[in-house]
Design a protein around this ligand. Structure first.
Ligand code: E4P
Length: 217
């Protein structure tokens, strides 16, 4: 399972990278705005900064909502750095652009996916990644994890190569459940990754080992 961090915060990206378990980064316009990164040039520069920190894929989202605009923006984003994956919204023109990019060797991430039907279309259009937003489904009393299991079943039935990128992950149990269900990738906040480390028995066991060592030395 690949671990992506869902942030535009460079310090958090560095911290996750230093842990040695980071496979990539996802961003979106809201995450950029949260870090105060505004204006097209600053945003493009920020993507390059992120690529220079991590080794893996970095999703960069288009703002255009029409096919021509998405193609123009996506090509510019892909030209920024070989690690860039063009993130496209799950609308009709997004699917058309996904097919265009997949035919032209540019990798894509279909975002804002909330149903199995949308995920099926993304795979048909040759998406590299599909991003079902599990946390946002949970927010409206719909089982986000069930969507992951549905997409896994459909993709396995037809051997689609599109990777399931469980997005809108909010906490450690989301990660563990997505791993059980066979999601290829998860993207979540740094806290959800760090949270996997924690267990009180690890802390008390280590404290005891160190105390016992000190007794004999
Ligand atoms: C995915 O790529 C999105 O950036 C993200 O996971 C959205 O998560 P949120 O629902 O916590 O905003």
């Amino acid at each position: 399972m690949k671990f992506f961090i869902d942030t535009a915060n460079l310090d958090q990206i560095r911290e996750a990278q230093a842990l040695g378990v980071l496979d990539g980064v996802t961003t979106n316009p809201s995450l950029m705005a949260k870090e105060g990164i505004t204006g097209a040039n600053n945003i493009l520069k920020h993507y390059v900064d992120i690529c220079n920190i991590v080794d893996g894929d970095v999703s960069a989202e288009v703002i255009a909502t029409d096919f021509e605009g998405m193609v123009r923006e996506g090509e510019a984003l892909a030209a920024l750095h070989p690690q860039i994956v063009v993130k496209l919204p799950m609308i009709a023109d997004g699917i058309k652009a996904c097919k265009y990019f997949s035919d032209n060797g540019i990798r894509t991430n279909m975002t804002l996916v909330f149903s199995a039907g949308q995920a099926l279309l993304a795979a048909k259009a040759g998406a590299t990644y599909v991003s079902p937003f599990i946390g946002r489904l949970d927010d409206i009393s719909t089982d986000g994890l069930h969507l992951i299991s549905e997409i896994r079943l459909i993709y396995d039935n037809y051997e689609f190569e599109t990777e399931i990128l469980a997005a809108s992950v909010r906490h450690t149990m989301h990660i563990i459940d997505c791993a059980k269900l066979g999601a290829d990738v998860m993207t979540g906040p740094l806290s959800s990754i760090i949270g996997l480390l924690k267990h009180p028995l690890t802390d008390s066991g280590l404290a005891q080992f160190l105390a016992d060592y000190k007794k004999g030395n």
